[in-house]
Design a protein around this ligand. Structure first.
Ligand SMILES: Cc1ncc(C[n+]2csc(CCOP(=O)(O)OP(=O)(O)O)c2C)c(N)n1
Ligand SMILES: [Mg+2]
Length: 359
């Protein structure tokens, strides 16, 4: 899939920056360098997470490789008081707002109660793995903000696959009807597991907004500056009480869906190679160097910082306490466990004892 002719792009593949009259960037040099730095941190920590999964420290990992710009650019547009509702791959969103990456990895260790981070401190809700269910959460949260008369924005991160759910379409409609202050930010990485987006979407996803009565825009999802500018404008609109926006960031998942997936079974190598050439980090590096915002020594220092970050993530993950016991899944759900769950828990314990005895 290629960018729509109307798509917003501030930074082209070769690192050329062009202002867009409707989407002013409005960032200082330090802010721009900060975006580059986060792209590097996310990519390096993502690679470390894959390694940790391969070495048995994580049960599973959903790689971000290729989607860093969409996540970093959109999350950088959030302000204190805003709230994000991620789907499950938004590691780069958490890192951008300053969540400890080790806390984000804990979710993938299978820790009970979702593992994870402080929602209140970070403004980022926990992952909602049932695809699409984060959309009504975001709309409802936005409606609560309206009633509390808070001028804050909500961002709902959606995969392209989430557009196959009723939840997302109901949310688009409700948000438009009630002017809920939501930015629907779709990371269209062109696959829902093995399902290519062309098979589920006959038209670009951003164009669905029209039928529901909200503005829609496509942005180059591998352009961190474009993703920032488009999200910032949509968030300003939301905070000003003007209602929701649907943003489609067209990007590509370079890696597998998760570490359990083999994408070579459903994707052609030349497609992957084409999108590797559109890498979000290379064009940003060319830009910050070419514009004289940084020296090569500055870039080396950022790489070094990313190494330190990855080492710290590894250390925290390896030092994590004993493996989770599956029976803990029955804890922390109800104050008083209902009878049917009590029965399931007993059955699980008996099964576990039996299998331990025979193994
Ligand atoms: C309601 C629901 N149906 C099916 C699944 C199984 N499932 C897990 S991830 C996934 C694909 C999601 O694709 P997309 O929304 O494009 O997000 P991406 O993984 O590409 O970031 C599916 C179908 C699920 N988690 N929830
Ligand atoms: Mg997808």
């Amino acid at each position: 899939m290629e960018l729509d002719p109307s798509a917003v792009q501030l930074l082209s593949e070769d690192g050329t920056f062009t202002e867009h009259p409707e989407y002013p960037l409005g960032l200082s040099d330090a802010d721009i360098i900060g975006l580059y730095r986060r792209l590097i941190l996310v990519r390096r920590a993502d690679v470390e997470a894959i390694n940790l999964q391969r070495q048995g420290y994580l049960k599973l990992w959903g790689p971000v490789f290729g989607q860093e710009a969409a996540q970093v650019g959109s999350a950088a547009a959030l302000q204190p008081g805003d709230r994000a509702f991620p789907q499950g791959r938004q590691f780069g969103v958490g890192l951008t707002v300053g969540i400890d990456p080790a806390e984000m990895l804990s979710v993938w260790r299978g820790e009970i109660q979702g593992g994870g981070w402080s929602v209140e401190a970070s403004g980022i809700a926990l992952y909602t793995f049932p695809i699409g269910s984060q959309a009504p959460h975001a709309v409802g949260y936005g409606m609560a903000l309206q009633r509390d008369q808070k001028n804050a924005a909500v961002i709902a991160y959606l995969g392209d696959g989430a557009f196959g759910t009723g939840d997302v379409h109901e949310s688009l409609l409700w948000s438009a009807l009630y002017k809920s202050p939501v930015v629907f930010f779709c990371e269209n990485n062109q696959y829902a597991l093995s399902n290519p987006v062309e098979r589920s979407a006959p038209l670009p996803l951003f164009r669905r907004s029209e039928g529901f009565g909200l503005p829609g825009v496509q942005v180059d999802g591998n352009d961190v500056l474009g993703c920032y500018a488009v999200t910032a404008r949509a968030a300003r609109r939301a905070r000003a009480g003007e209602g929701p926006t649907l943003v489609e960031a067209l990007t590509y998942r370079i890696g597998p869906h998760t570490t359990s997936d083999d994408p070579d079974r459903y994707r052609k190598a030349d497609e992957v190679a084409t999108w590797r050439m559109r890498d979000p980090i290379i064009r940003m590096r060319d830009f910050v160097l070419g514009a004289g915002l940084v020296t090569r020594a500055d870039l080396d220092a950022i790489d070094q910082e990313a190494e330190v970050c990855a080492t710290a993530v590894r250390a925290a993950c390896v030092a994590d306490p004993a493996p989770v016991q599956p029976v803990q899944m029955f804890d922390h759900v109800y104050g008083t466990r209902p009878q049917h769950l009590e029965a399931e828990r007993r059955a699980w314990l008996a099964f576990n004892e039996e299998t331990q005895a025979t193994s």
